[in-house]
Design a protein around this ligand. Sequence first.
Ligand code: MEV
Length: 278
Amino acid sequence: MADTLKVSAPGKLIISGEHAVVYGYPALVAAVNRRLSISLARGKKKIKSNIPIGCGMGSSAAYAVATSAARTFLKNKKLDLGEINKMAYKIEKKRHGNPSGVDNTVSTYGGLLWYRKESEGLKTFSSIKIKRSLPKIYIIGTGKPVESTKEMVTRVGKLYRKDHQNTEIIFKEIEKITRNFLQYLLGERVASFQELIKENEALLEKLGVVSSFTVRLIREIEKIGGAAKISGAGGSKNKSGILLVYHKNANKLKNFVKREKLELIKIQLGEEGVKIEK
Ligand code: MEV
C-alpha cells in the first residue's frame, strides 16, 4: 500500500570485543537473521520483532535504527545510511550513556564488520569478506539479565577506574583474540575457532560480566568438548543473555540443551542491514 511505510533492521551478534570496544579497542560483529520492523500507516505505528529483548542481540539498536530510518525516509524519500546511523547512535546514547556505537552501526550496514571507536568524533568500520566457510554457530539463551547494558557498561567502567592497569591488560588480551578471529575469517591463520571463543570467555569472566549461573553452563559446554561465550553486555547477577556456542558435533549440543531444558538456535551471520520492506 502506498501510504504504508515498513522498515526493518537486524539484530547482531558480537563475535569478539564487547566491552573493550567502549574503550577504543576493536570489535568483530555480525548482523544476524533476526529483525525488528516498524510499520507506519495512517498515523499508527506497529512494531514487530523476533530479536530477543535485552539479551545481547541488539534489540534496542535495531529499534533505534528502524526508527531513524523511518524518520529519514519520510523526510528525504531515501535511506541515507550515514544519517540513519548517526541518528540511531544519538538515540542509543540517550538510553545507554556511553555506547561504542557498534550495535547501531552493524544494524544499519549489516554484514560482518570490524568496528572501532577511535574517539567520540571518529568511528571507523570495514566490511569483511569472509575467505573460508564459517563454522556453524549456535546461540543458547541463558535468560534475560536483570541488569541493563548501561548498568553492565558502568560496572566495567568502575573496574577500569579502580584497577586500571589490569583492566587494560584484559582489554589488550581481548584485542589479540579479536585480531585472531579476523585473521581466521580472512583465511590468514589456522586458529582454532573453539579455542578463541574459550579464551575470549575467560577474559569476559575476569571483567565480571558473566554470572555464576552462566559460568556453570559454559563449563559444562566445555566439558562436552565445545566452547561458549557471552555475547553483548552480559549479566553478572543472575542470567547473562545469549551465549555464542560452538561444537564440532552439534548432536552433543542438542543433548546438552535437552538436559538443561534450554533451547539451541542456529544463527546465520551476515544479514542485510536496515531496509525498506516492500
Ligand atoms: C553491547 O552490545 C556491547 C557493549 O560493548 C556496549 C557497547 O559497545 O556500547 C557491551
